[in-house]
Design a protein around this ligand. Sequence first.
Ligand code: PEP
Length: 259
Amino acid sequence: MRKPLVAGNWKMHGSRQAAKTLLESIKQGAVGISDIDIAVFPSFVHLQQAQELLAKTSITWGAQNLYVGESGAFTGEVSGPMLVDYGCQYVLIGHSERRHVFKEDLALVAAKLKSACDVKLKPVLCLGETLEQRKSDQTEQIIAEQLESAIDTVGIKSLQNMVLAYEPVWAIGTGLTATPEQAQAVHSYIRKLLAKQEVALANTMRILYGGSVKADNAAGLFAMPDIDGALVGGASLEAKSFLGICEAAVKEFKEGLLS
Ligand code: PEP
């Protein structure tokens, strides 16, 4: 059985004090939660606080982005080794805001993925279609292109160290969540794509759902057989709602063990 992961993407939010309060509240609230993995993705400037406050807890942290390579004349960018220095285990790659707002194409996303793998950061590779693409029945084609571009660059074996996140662009930050059935259909398609290359990997790969997940809609999503947790944006900025999502994941996981 795959261990669920609930990850909070804080995006470009929060002061130093707000990040401290949120980290402390999540740390307190997560005491005793051991059936699932929990990770937070603060902004770069709050990673040091995450490292200080979350060391010696089971909560891990990661960055929301990195740039290609180890170092160089890339003003304003942050490299994989710099993130490792701050104790990051994970890094988000290919988030829809990076693909669409910052126009990161398949080649750049794949190069970033490779840079993360090179320094043993675990990428959370985000995949997802826009509303227009869904309406024109292109969802599977887009997901396949995004996944295959990644596999072609880093090789199928590297995916063992990754997490995938299906995040329909139309559901991110909009309050429009995919129904559990819509999300399950895409998760199951992703798993089938993986299985064509390596069945064992397909069975063990954690595939998170992201897109307006809240404490009150999480259980329905987590009940789906191919949804292994969530990448949470807005609802991760408040400890109570983020922990509510974590608790929903714990409950589903325990019920899954019993069934
Ligand atoms: C995200 O940023 O990855 C996300 C899913 O955001 P939200 O939960 O706010 O839709």
